[in-house]
Design a protein around this ligand. Structure first.
Ligand SMILES: *[C@@H]1O[C@H](CO)[C@@H](O)[C@H](O)[C@H]1NC(C)=O
Ligand SMILES: *[C@@H]1O[C@H](CO)[C@@H](O)[C@H](O)[C@H]1NC(C)=O
Ligand SMILES: *[C@@H]1O[C@H](CO)[C@@H](O)[C@H](O)[C@H]1NC(C)=O
Ligand SMILES: *[C@@H]1O[C@H](CO)[C@@H](O)[C@H](O)[C@H]1NC(C)=O
Length: 405
């Protein structure tokens, strides 16, 4: 007697410590593909000595599974697979669905499901067109292929748009209106940017026909690419200068240099730049027009202050100007940089610069660096730093200065 008890205890302990729980066979979910089939999925039972065959049985019903209407249809899952499907025609009917697992030792039946075809439908992906590009919006139109729904309002929609350069995507919901085409305006986009657009649909089932399960989202439509139209450049180019020493004639060479606009600021293809100069108290006059050159050399009276305005032009218009003041030459030392910079190596060809941000928060600064010892050879390297940044990495640097424009 006590021996039998001991055996039972050992058996129970072993089962729980191995985590082997008796598992019941269950259909996890079923999907109906419009005009094609009902496919169901389940979890496989633990492996046993002889292979298990899974058979799905699907019967079309009259009413809400009150009595069988069609013939029973079977499918047998491929070995090791956890799904199979049978062809069905009428998704507006209810279906009685059951799964059986069988091998030489065991036969297990799942509980029966009663599902209406449309309650678990996965519509075919819509067919999408981009019909009206603007600079910040794209207008989309789409259709559900074939005759899957009587009205487009029987489905809800999701639109996904991705900026291909940033590889960032956004998704928006869309509800169709009665008697209106399936059309949406997606706005808040960047001009002159290539987007990929996709849309998907999900049947909205009426609550009168609720059954087990929910409709599924269709696959996304094929990617449709479209580029927004260009717009006026949103800002002028970053702008800096190199000052020569005054000659005996009290003139000095000035090189004005600028950087190409980033695509998100250029908003189109940049066709050229225009630089205008202004003597103190006078009107602006053209100083230099270039198509692709990013600098301009001028000879200016050293004793006068000049203000320069630089704009970039694309097919749509002209950017707001960037302004740079060149004060009259004074025979004084350049004031020391207002910031103290900490420089450390960041690899063989780069330096890491760090500085503490000035207490006045509204201040942009320019970082300028030159190759030594020939400071005069070549133009300096430079970059603008925005007010919140306190570190940067520069390449092939040798001498450094910080200026405030
Ligand atoms: C059911 O139809 C879908 C859509 O055509 C297809 O991808 C799937 O393979 C079909 N399933 C079966 C079991 O035939
Ligand atoms: C879209 O709808 C889903 C529910 O269907 C909701 O969870 C989601 O927040 C909605 N998204 C937006 C951007 O409104
Ligand atoms: C947008 O990007 C896609 C994918 O890279 C490319 O096939 C398509 O030609 C691009 N379209 C435009 C208008 O640049
Ligand atoms: C730069 O800013 C970070 C936080 O924004 C701060 O932790 C760090 O000490 C700053 N570096 C210097 C050199 O001030």
């Amino acid at each position: 007697m006590s021996l039998t008890l001991a055996w039972i205890v050992v058996l129970l302990t072993c089962l729980s410590c191995l985590g082997v729980m008796p598992k019941t066979l269950e259909i996890k979910y079923c999907v109906s593909f419009w005009g094609k089939n009902i496919t169901c999925y389940w979890d496989l039972l633990p492996e046993m000595d002889s292979p298990i065959t899974y058979t799905l049985q699907v019967t079309e019903e009259a009413g809400r599974c009150q009595r069988d209407f069609g013939l029973l249809k079977n499918c047998v899952a491929d070995p090791g697979e956890h799904w199979c499907g049978v062809p069905v025609e009428n998704l507006f009917a209810f279906y009685k669905i059951k799964l059986t697992a069988q091998n030489q030792q065991l036969r297990d039946d799942s509980s029966e499901k009663c599902l209406r075809g449309m309650s678990i439908v996965k519509l075919s992906p819509p067919v999408l067109n981009v019909v009206a590009p603007q600079s910040r919006c794209l207008q989309l139109q789409w259709n559900l292929p074939g005759d899957e729904l009587i009205s487009a309002t029987e489905a809800q929609y999701e639109i996904r748009h991705c900026d291909l350069v940033e590889s960032s995507c956004l998704q928006v919901n869309f509800t169709a209106l009665e008697n209106a085409p399936l059309s949406a305006n997606i706005c808040g986009l960047f001009p002159f940017t290539n987007y990929s657009m996709q849309v998907r649909a999900k049947y909205l089932q009426s609550s009168a026909f609720q059954s087990d399960g929910d409709p599924f989202w269709s696959d996304w439509s094929l990617e449709t690419f479209a580029r927004t139209l260009p717009a006026v450049p949103s800002r002028g180019p970053a702008f800096w200068r190199k000052l020569g020493s005054p000659t005996a004639d009290k003139e000095r060479a000035v090189v004005l240099m600028w950087k190409p606009l980033k695509p998100k600021d250029a908003n189109g293809e940049i066709l050229g730049y225009s630089l205008r100069s202004q003597r103190k108290g006078e009107l602006t006059v053209p100083a230099c027009i270039t198509s692709h050159h990013l600098k301009c050399r001028l000879l200016l009276p050293a004793g006068e202050e000049f203000t320069f305005y630089l704009t970039a032009r694309n097919t749509v218009g002209i950017s707001p100007p960037t302004r740079l003041v060149i004060p009259a030459f004074r025979n004084a030392e350049v004031p020391p940089s207002p910031l103290s910079i900490l420089v450390s190596s960041a690899g063989d060809h780069s330096l890491l610069l760090q500085w503490s941000l000035p207490s006045n928060p509204k201040m942009d600064f320019v970082l300028e660096w030159n190759k030594l010892p020939e400071k005069e050879v070549g133009d300096p390297h430079w970059q603008y730093q925005s007010e919140h940044v306190n570190r940067t990495v520069i390449r092939k640097p040798l001498s450094l200065g910080i200026f405030m424009p």
